[in-house]
Write a protein that binds this ligand. Structure first.
Ligand SMILES: [Zn+2]
Length: 368
């Protein structure tokens, strides 16, 4: 087993070339009117939210405030065979044909710029590289800082800012090439990972566990009853949450559903679709930095118990640059050995000291 606290962060500047511009004409043409009317209905100037500064903000924070024990490596591009394990060849043909172009692929805000297809290949390949490093024992855990994100991408469709399903490509690679038997994917992004669910819907060797804000929140799937089918019956676990849910709900679901599910499944690799949009700054849910840290602590314990510590994080969403970068850093601190705090406990020691300090102050009635 690698040193328990050795962490490698994978990052590659080629992913910055994915830069959709909402001013370019939409393709196909019939989408144009619909998207324009959706955007004008928002009543505010609209920018493509999944932009390159998401990655540079994280990188910048980790340079300003490095986490001891964390090293950096470059990623690589996924090839056609690797992508073809989770996407159909006709879908890949259509995406590859867009190389060098600007286009809209879906009404739910999925677009490409001239560098996007290359960036998406690097995102998927970087998730693979992060997985290989952990399975080879070069690090106990790794974090693939990637974009475009992946968990909404279906076998035949780009959706929700996603082109290729990065975490699914990594899981398929682990199973088919790296000798892993059972892979558990934990998705804590605020949105349901519809694409990942779709890809492994009938697969008994991939356990998919997803916490998300419930429908009708985007993408609208992820109900309790969606549990997989055929041989995969029971290996798809959804926990839909209401608006306002935060650390306590996430941790209860982790402790009372995820932990027993993992103990039953006995994964030999754990992948995390790690979005930071459940943070309260992103307005969908109310998870705190301590909440992300505590969840990381539970995942680390599970990985230790079942799979020699093998734990790979793959970035998904998170659009507020401060909570995105601070959230990533909170996860890395725990991976690198910090003890995660129990959420909601900060300041209680100081208050206890203040209680002791002021205890005698208000016993006598105020003098006249
Ligand atoms: Zn999301």
């Amino acid at each position: 087993m690698a040193d328990d606290n050795r962490v490698i962060v994978f990052y590659d500047e080629r992913m910055l070339a994915h830069e959709p511009d909402i001013e370019v004409p939409f393709l196909p043409g019939r989408m144009d009117k619909r998207i324009r009317s959706l955007l004008s209905g928002l009543g505010v100037p609209w920018k493509y939210p999944e932009h390159p500064a998401r990655l540079t903000a994280i990188r910048h924070l980790l340079e300003l405030e490095p986490v001891p024990g964390v090293s950096f490596e470059a990623g690589r591009a996924a090839n056609r065979e690797e992508l073809g394990r989770v996407h159909t060849s006709s879908y890949l043909e259509r995406i590859f044909a867009l190389r060098g172009q600007s286009a809209w692929l879906d009404v739910d805000t999925t677009a490409v710029s001239p560098g996007s297809v290359d960036a998406a290949e690097v995102a998927a390949g970087t998730a693979i590289a992060a997985t290989e490093a952990v399975v080879a024992g070069r690090a106990a855990s790794s974090f693939a800082l990637v974009r475009p994100p992946g968990h909404h991408a279906e076998p035949v469709r780009a959706r929700g800012f996603c082109l290729f399903n990065n975490v699914a490509v990594a899981a398929a690679h682990a199973r088919l090439v790296l000798g892993c038997q059972r892979v558990m994917i934990v998705d804590w992004d605020a949105h349901h990972g519809n694409g990942t669910q779709d890809i492994f819907w009938t697969d008994p060797d991939v356990l998919f566990f997803d916490l998300h804000r419930a429908a009708p929140f985007y993408p609208g799937s992820g109900s309790l009853e969606e549990i997989g089918t055929g041989l995969g019956d029971g290996t798809n676990v959804n926990v839909p949450l209401p608006v306002g849910a935060g650390d306590a709900a996430y941790l209860k679901a982790f402790r009372e559903i995820l932990v027993p599910a993992a103990d039953w499944f006995r994964p030999d690799l754990i992948l995390v679709s790690s979005g930071f949009d459940p943070h309260c700054h992103d307005l969908a849910l109310e998870v705190s930095y301590d909440g992300f840290a505590a969840m990381t602590g539970i995942l680390k314990a599970l990985a230790h118990r079942h799979c020699q510590g093998r734990l790979v994080f793959v970035l998904e969403g998170g659009y507020n640059l401060i909570s995105l970068s601070r959230g990533v850093r909170a996860v890395l601190q725990v991976l690198a050995g910090d003890e995660p705090p129990e959420p909601g406990q900060r300041g209680l020691d100081e208050v206890a000291a203040a209680v002791a300090f002021h205890r005698e102050a208000f016993i006598e009635p105020p003098s006249e």
